[in-house]
Design a protein around this ligand. Structure first.
Ligand code: COA
Ligand code: AMP
Length: 624
């Protein structure tokens, strides 16, 4: 039996034995006696009576074990021309002081802190400082507009918001403070304090009583110790798009998360403590939480915070330059980043300048890895490429090529095999397992392994109804696909209203709410259509109220601006088309799937339930 089969089987047949072995590999304050139990809501919980501190695992423990002088974090910012290195000791000390600063502002265990920051080391310090105090952070991606930030502030009810004066996007300086002020104005919940890290590219006005200057506070702060928390206490809330306008607050606990992060580094990424590991993502996304901050540090690697893009900062050699300069062993990003590089450097001329002797493997996730991109990256870099599938909800990969255990032959388009701990099945509409190669709902049999969400923040019903109740005994992923005869998993796309734009998860339902909120709009549908670079792009089809006409595209433009202002530039909502009517079923359901097929130029079958078949001709006409 291979190492993979052994681990997979043990995790399946004796999960408590398997995960106890993994739990043994991290430094608990109190080792759990209970490995798997159920909470009062009937949800499986890992290590319920264990005590630990995630920041301790990520920093102090390594210093105590003699890793203090190793670089923990490298900051590389082509957009500002800055570079910096922090050893484990220095990072621990800075985080301890940042925690002291937060404690002085009244933050303690269980309190929430919203972090709205660009890709600078202070963002990671803020996260780890919260973890040190047992406070719960909620990082909001910098590309989201004030309205999105306000929704999250209202739901998380933070005592403090930590931000920076600005972000830098290629060559645009984007002031953050006015966005935070606007969000607080729009939110019913008001934080006690807003702590601002001033960047020299743009200084923020600290003109409200609640505003505090980060570095001034830090000067007088005293280092704070790690506060022990229960394994089941929340480490963070990360909001993600669902099918409705209101994002879901995915809750991550401390103990299961730390164990899963540690396990994944050897099993999936095949790295060792001391290696340089680079996830080219953003701390605002789950990839950034798990693989820029927590996993590499818990495991004793050197992590990189890169404030730049794969292209234009300054050229499509940017990723390879970083890999070469810092001796990166594992590189992880979204397929869209490599498509952007491929578009600007199809022959790999930039790549040739960087031999990257340390680079062993390239990992991709966030969206389906299309075979041409896989093939291009593999052939140009000469490195194996691992596609792995996961979600904000799970926090780590559900399926992938577990090269630390066994290197499976790659099948293009497949995320390879389920990772030990995940019992992945494909079910039909009534919850019965599908035969090999038959498509269906991808579900995970419960209990979910450590690290996966135990609930939705202050909305447990949404967790039950959105993920658990459809098929009893299973967690439903929201993705569709199939498992082939060899046990390879193929994830084909979402079965709900979530789309993936440049590796960013967005809700078309939410965009529809914003578009539908325009006074001229009677009804609308937003669908995700294929895009060669970004994977998908949203397209709005809009029916106007009687009496409204859009002259010279005025209303269309207003709609684009509205989505940009209310959701953010990151939504990439750049196309809205006005139609007389939307194709619907007789029961009134908009035929989004058919619209998408028409837009993507695919063959489609006119559904027998369609109300008015001529409505499809109109869609064909406007999309021509
Ligand atoms: N703060 C403020 N604005 C941001 C932002 C941030 N952190 N991130 C993106 N934006 C803005 C961009 O400036 C852009 O604005 P514009 O419409 O005014 O030009 C808009 O949001 C869309 O951004 P993006 O989708 O990133 O497009 P892009 O053309 O700037 O870059 C890629 C395209 C493919 C290079 C880029 O999306 C990328 O590197 N993706 C990597 C994927 C990734 O990190 N995924 C995370 C999961 S692994
Ligand atoms: P997020 O929660 O932002 O990480 O997005 C999760 C969603 O992205 C998944 O439900 C999938 O739809 C998609 N996704 C992520 N990784 C992959 C992958 N390797 N293959 C196919 N889809 C993916």
């Amino acid at each position: 039996m291979s190492a993979y089969q052994k681990e997979y089987q043990l995790a399946q047949t004796a999960p408590e034995v398997f995960w106890k072995q993994q739990a043994d590999k991290i430094a608990w304050f109190k080792f759990p006696q209970t490995i798997l139990s159920q909470d009062e809501q009937g949800i499986d919980r890992w290590f319920a009576d264990g005590e630990l501190n995630t920041a301790y695992l990520a920093l102090d423990h390594h210093v105590e074990q003699g890793r203090g002088d190793q670089t923990a974090l490298i900051y590389d910012s082509p957009v500002t021309g800055q570079k910096a290195r922090y050893t484990y000791r220095v990072l621990r000390d800075q985080v301890a002081k940042t925690a002291g600063m937060l404690a002085d502002l009244g933050v303690s265990k269980g309190d929430r802190v919203v972090i709205y920051m660009p890709m600078i080391p202070e963002a990671a310090m803020a996260m780890l400082a919260c973890a040190r105090l047992g406070a719960i952070h909620s990082v909001v991606f910098g590309g989201f507009a004030p309205n999105e930030l306000a929704v999250r502030i209202e739901d998380a009810e933070p005592k403090v918001i930590m931000t920076a004066s600005c972000g830098v996007e290629i060559n645009k300086v984007l002031p953050y403070k006015p966005l935070v002020d606007q969000a607080i104005m729009d939110s019913r919940w008001k934080p006690d304090h807003v702590v601002v890290h001033q960047r020299k590219q743009c200084l923020a006005d600290l003109n409200q009583e609640r505003d505090k200057d980060w570095s001034a506070l830090l000067r007088t702060a005293t280092p704070h110790d790690c506060v022990p928390v229960l394994a089941t206490d929340p480490l963070y809330i990360l909001y993600t798009s669902g099918t409705t306008g209101k994002p879901k607050g995915v809750v991550r606990d401390n103990g299961g998360h730390a164990v899963a992060m540690n396990y994944s580094m050897s099993t999936i990424y095949d790295v060792e403590p001391g290696d340089v590991y680079w996830a080219a993502s953003d701390v605002g996304w789950v990839v950034g939480h798990s693989y820029i901050v927590y996993a590499p540090l818990i495991y004793g690697c050197t992590t990189i915070m890169y404030e730049g893009k794969p292209v234009r900062t300054p050229d499509p050699g940017a990723f390879w330059r970083v890999c070469q300069e810092y001796g990166v062993k594992a590189l992880f990003s979204a397929p869209t980043a490599f498509r952007a590089i491929k578009k600007e450097d199809p022959e790999g001329e930039h790549l040739k300048q960087y031999p990257m002797p340390s680079l062993k493997t390239i990992f991709m996730a966030g969206e389906r890895l299309d075979p041409p991109t896989l093939e291009w990256v593999q052939s140009k870099t000469g490195r194996p490429v691992v596609d792995h599938w996961w979600q904000t909800e799970t926090g780590w990969a559900i399926a992938g090529n577990p090269i630390g255990l066994e290197n499976f032959a790659v099948k293009p388009g497949s995320a390879t095999k389920p990772i030990p701990g995940y019992l992945v099945e494909v079910l039909n509409e009534v919850g019965e397992p599908q035969k090999a190669s038959e498509q269906g709902y991808i579900a995970i049999r419960r209990p979910l392994p450590p690290g996966c969400l135990p609930t939705v923040w202050r909305n447990h019903d949404r967790f039950e109804s959105g993920y658990l109740s459809q098929f009893p005994g299973y967690y439903i992923s929201g993705d569709g696909g199939y498992i082939d005869e060899d046990g390879y998993l193929f994830v084909m796309g979402r079965i709900d209203d979530v789309i993936n734009v440049a590796g960013h998860r967005l809700s078309t339902g939410e965009m529809e709410e914003v578009v539908g909120g325009h006074e001229a709009v009677a009804e609308c549908a937003v669908i995700g259509i294929h895009d060669d670079l970004k994977g998908q792009l949203p397209l709005g089809l809009v029916v106007l109220k009687d009496g409204y006409v859009s002259e010279g595209g005025v209303i269309e433009n207003e709609l684009l601006q509205k989505v940009r202002q209310e959701i953010g530039a990151v939504a990439c909502f750049k196309r809205a088309l006005i139609v007389d009517r939307l194709p619907k079923t007789r029961s009134g359901k908009i035929l989004r799937r058919v619209i998408r097929q028409i837009a993507d130029g695919e063959q489609y079958v006119v559904p027998s339930t369609i109300d008015d078949p001529s409505s499809l001709q109109e869609i064909e006409r406007v999309l021509e």
